[in-house]
Ligand binder design. Structure first.
Ligand code: ZN
Length: 523
């Protein structure tokens, strides 16, 4: 059988045999590294230095895994060639390979030293900004490491709680960018050795498989998840040697950064009563975390318990004419899944406040994802599994939801952590315990006279009573839309974590779903 160079692979033929080095392997498990593996990803390189991305689906992984070792040169046959995926391309090749249960992999007897090892397409630091939040390709960069942090367990958003490590990179012009390694990669990166060696030596690194993210609208950084790999001070990479040549002989010592873990942070979080939380200024205190202990006394009935979240960026899906599309500008995604946005009302005897649980915390509390609950319950019908928590007392760590709060009379908070559960409170008990607390809210006095388990309606927000933007779109059943787009489902999976920002953004405009719901009930 003839060996076909990667550059000549085309869809439609089944008799290809390739001889390649397995340059990179990574597992894709979705946003959570603890989930089941969704596919195994490879970057393959041939003798000519051409690269192609290859994918193995879960059913074939156990059969092929033993032959797959990063760095090895192998012969592979019985493969199919497809068009490359539209997002998160690791290499520039317009095609990709799919390995299957019948694929044959044989290790090459001779492993020639001159067989290419690495592939990357370096993006200069001043071009990185153009790729912020873009998902079409992964980014490869080269830089000098000027600072490294410890690895720490951090939750940067409600959907994301994992190990992180920050690596600060500098290019030859002096421009710097932070790279945030997360999950396993944060632990695998040998920051300690780099700090030690970097006290007297230049540390030049190429990071491949990263993406540009933005946090809080201003902080742009590179994110490295499972697809990320690094080559540090490798003498056989000409780009690294070239970089070294341009540096002064004397190396400034690498700085050690301290990344505070959630555990450390929680110790210093201020405890506040709900009455005190009501006074929070969303402009000033939008990043502050607070601890509060309160009993859930109801659910905002005018809001839904879940929403249609973009599969790619987590934003809310909105109707644009007759198509359901992501609210975020330039997001190409058309697929969504239901995610929690449970608007609980809590009371601690000083005041009542809205505390919102998004998908991760909602799943933690309810024990099932919103997607599975949605199969059983309508979006306008709060499931009994959620209502069952009314009357339970918790200690939460919360953060204000600035976008909702700025335009509302009462602030709304997101639950970041369910710190302690005190179980169901008997109505009299729950409030007796907190009766002596200072009362600074006018509404809380009335609350003492109310039965505590009655849900409280939210304030009418003006756009809720506006007519729907497009009457026609009302006719489209979201269920049908979902199944009709399932074929392209896998194309937009995001191997990176999503930001809570997105959730919050979408929370500001739930009026549209409400209008839909009302119409549904009336028909
Ligand atoms: Zn989106």
């Amino acid at each position: 059988m003839n060996i076909t160079p990667i550059a000549e692979l085309r869809p439609g033929r089944y008799d290809y045999m390739i001889c390649v080095r397995i340059s990179r392997i990574w597992e894709f498990r979705g946003t959570n590294e603890d989930d089941n593996i969704k596919h195994l990803d490879l970057v393959l390189l041939d003798q000519k230095g051409d690269a192609i991305y290859a994918e193995i689906l879960p059913d074939a992984i156990p059969l092929l895994n033993q032959y797959l070792q990063e760095g090895n040169i192998v012969y592979i046959s019985k493969i199919t060639v497809n068009n490359a995926k539209p997002s998160y391309r690791a290499v520039g090749n317009p095609y990709m390979i799919k390995l299957n249960k019948r694929t044959c992999i044989i290790e090459a007897k001779d492993q020639p030293m001159d067989f290419p090892k690495y592939t990357f397409d370096l993006v200069s630091f001043d071009k990185l900004h153009d790729f912020t939040s873009k998902t079409d390709r992964f980014l490869d960069v080269i830089g000098k490491i000027i600072a490294v942090s410890n690895a720490a367990m951090i939750s940067t958003s409600s959907l994301d709680y994992r190990m992180r490590r920050i690596v600060k990179l500098q290019d030859l012009s002096g421009k710097t960018i932070d790279l945030s390694l997360s999950g396993k990669r944060a632990v695998e990166f040998d920051g300690e050795t780099i700090l030690e060696v970097g006290q007297n030596n230049h540390i030049i690194a190429i990071f491949v498989g990263t993406s540009m993210k933005i946090l809080k609208g201003t902080y742009e950084f590179l994110s490295g998840t499972t697809a990320c790999r690094w080559y540090i001070n490798e003498n056989d990479i000409p780009e690294i040697k070239m970089f070294q040549k341009c540096l002064p002989p004397h190396a400034d010592p690498i700085q050690k950064l301290y990344l505070q873990s959630d555990e450390d942070m929680q110790r210093s979080i201020e405890h506040k009563t709900l009455a005190e939380l009501k006074e929070i200024d969303p402009f000033v205190d939008k990043d502050e975390k607070y601890q509060c202990t309160a009993t859930i006394i109801g659910i905002q009935e005018r809001k839904t318990w879940c929403y249609q979240a973009c599969k790619l960026c987590n934003c809310k899906m909105i109707w644009d004419g007759s198509i359901l599309k992501c609210k975020k500008e330039n997001c190409p995604c058309r697929q969504y899944e239901y995610k929690y946005k449970i608007p609980f009302i809590a009371n601690d005897g000083t005041a009542s406040l809205e505390l919102v649980l998004f998908e991760k915390k909602g799943t933690e509390l309810i024990g099932r994802t919103a997607e599975t609950m949605k199969r059983q319950y309508d979006i306008n019908q709060t499931p009994p599994e959620i209502k069952a928590w009314i009357g339970h007392k918790f200690t939460f760590i919360v953060k204000v939801l600035p976008n909702i709060t700025i335009n509302a009379d009462e602030p709304s908070f997101e639950v970041l952590t369910i710190k302690e559960r005190f179980g169901r409170q008997h109505s009299s008990q729950g409030f007796k315990a907190t009766k002596n607390l200072p009362i600074s809210s006018s509404s809380s006095q009335q609350l003492h006279n109310l039965p505590p388990l009655v849900p409280i309606l939210s304030k009418k927000i003006q756009h809720e009573i506006e007519p729907p933007h497009d009457i026609q779109s009302m006719e489209v059943e979201p269920y049908n839309l979902e199944t009709s787009t399932l074929s392209g489902k896998r194309a937009y999976e995001d191997p990176n974590s999503t930001d809570q920002e997105n959730d919050e953004e979408e929370s500001t405009d739930y009026g549209f779903i409400q209008t839909k719901g009302k119409k549904k009930r009336s028909t």
